[in-house]
Design a binder for this molecule. Structure first.
Ligand code: BMA
Length: 312
C-alpha cells in the first residue's frame, strides 16, 4: 500500500513547536513530553529536558491553544532526587500522564535512570507543582510505562516494557495499591525478523479508551546497519481484559520523514508520550519528540485510526 494514501496523521505547519532555544534556562534538548488537557482548556506538556551534563529532568510548558505562546516553568518542574531515590542518579525521562478520577490526581509514570539501567517510577500530582513520589515501582530494565486511568476488575493496571532476552515486549501488570505489581501478562510482542517493529516495541502515548477497545499507539524499533529507526504502529486491546490484543496493524503509520525528525541528537526518531483529544471526542493531537532534540505535533482522527485498524 502506498504510504501517501494513509495520512492518518498530519504534521503541524509550525513544527517543531518547541525547541531548546525557547527554554528560560540553559539546556541541551527538549523532547518526549507527557501531555494533559487541563480543566481550563490549557494544554500542559511535561517535557523531558536534557541538560548539558546529559541528565534529564521534567519541565512543564503550558499553552492556551496547544500550539504556540508556551509559558515554560522558569525552573525544572520535577528534578531527579538521587539522595532519596538512588534510581534517579542519571536523570528522569519520558513521562506518561493519566488523569485518575478515582484519586482526583494525575499519575505521572516516568523512567528513572541509573547505573543498573532504566526503571519505572510513579508520582502523583494535582497541580504539576507538588508531587507525591512513589519511587521505583518496577526495577530495571523496564520503561515505556503508563497507568491506565481506571481500575480493571478492581485493580490498577500498568503497561510497561521490560527487556528480556530475546526481545523487548509490552506487558501489563496489576496492583491493588500502586506500589506492588504482579499478575503479569504479555500484551504485545516485538515481531523479530524483517519487520519495522522487529527489535523493540514500547507504549508510545497512554491508551485511548474507545467503544471498540483501548487504542494503543506504540513505537517500534528496527535496527539496521545505519542504526535504529523509531516509528509508530497501532493496536487495539479488550476493554475489560487489556492484555488481550484484538487487532494489530501490520504497517507503521507514522515515521521520521521531515529534517527535524531525521537529524538531531539521535537520528530517525519520532517518540510520542501523550496526546489531547478535542471536545469533539475525535480530533487527536499527538505530541512527540523529534530526533531526541525538539517537540513536534501531528493531528489525526480517532475514528479514522480505528477504521484503518479494521482494514489493516
Ligand atoms: C528510547 C528512549 C527514548 C528515546 C529513544 C531514541 O530508548 O530512551 O527516550 O527518545 O530511545 O533515542
Amino acid at each position: 500500500m502506498n504510504n501517501k494514501h494513509l495520512e492518518l496523521f498530519q504534521r503541524h505547519e509550525n513544527n517543531p513547536i518547541l525547541t531548546a532555544a525557547q527554554w528560560p534556562y540553559r539546556v541541551n534538548s527538549v523532547f518526549n513530553p507527557g501531555v494533559v488537557l487541563l480543566p481550563d482548556g490549557v494544554t500542559l506538556l511535561l517535557c523531558r529536558v536534557e541538560d548539558r551534563r546529559g541528565h534529564s529532568h521534567l519541565c512543564a510548558a503550558r499553552s492556551a491553544n496547544g500550539i504556540d505562546t508556551w509559558k515554560i516553568d522558569a525552573q525544572p518542574t520535577l528534578m531527579p532526587d538521587p539522595k532519596h531515590f538512588p534510581e534517579e542518579l542519571w536523570g528522569i525521562e519520558d513521562p506518561r500522564i493519566t488523569y485518575v478520577s478515582e484519586l482526583n490526581k494525575y499519575a505521572v509514570v516516568y523512567t528513572a535512570y541509573t547505573r543498573e539501567g532504566p526503571g519505572v517510577s510513579l508520582a502523583l500530582t494535582e497541580d504539576f507543582h507538588h508531587f507525591e513520589r512513589y519511587g521505583l515501582i518496577l526495577q530495571p530494565e523496564d520503561k515505556d510505562a503508563v497507568l491506565l486511568p481506571e481500575r480493571i476488575n478492581g485493580n490498577w493496571a500498568l503497561i510497561h516494557r521490560p527487556v528480556a532476552v530475546p526481545g523487548a515486549h509490552m506487558w501489563l501488570s496489576y496492583s491493588s495499591n500502586l506500589h506492588h505489581w504482579g499478575d503479569h501478562k504479555l500484551m504485545l510482542k516485538a515481531r523479530r525478523g524483517a519487520w519495522w517493529d522487529a527489535n523493540k516495541i514500547g507504549l508510545a502515548s497512554p491508551p485511548v479508551k474507545t467503544a471498540k477497545g483501548w487504542l494503543v499507539i506504540y513505537h517500534g524499533v528496527r535496527e539496521n546497519a545505519a542504526g535504529a529507526i523509531y516509528r509508530l504502529g497501532l493496536a487495539l486491546f479488550d476493554l475489560d481484559k487489556p492484555e488481550i490484543c484484538l487487532k494489530r496493524g501490520d504497517e507503521w503509520v507514522f515515521g521520521p520523514e521531515e529534517p527535524y525528525e531525521r537529524r538531531g541528537d539521535v537520528d530517525h526518531v519520532v517518540f510520542p508520550c501523550g496526546y489531547t483529544i478535542a471536545p469533539d471526542g475525535d480530533t487527536i493531537r499527538l505530541y512527540y519528540g523529534a530526533a531526541d532534540t525538539s517537540i513536534a505535533l501531528v493531528t489525526g482522527s480517532v475514528n479514522a485510526i480505528l477504521e484503518w485498524l479494521d482494514q489493516n
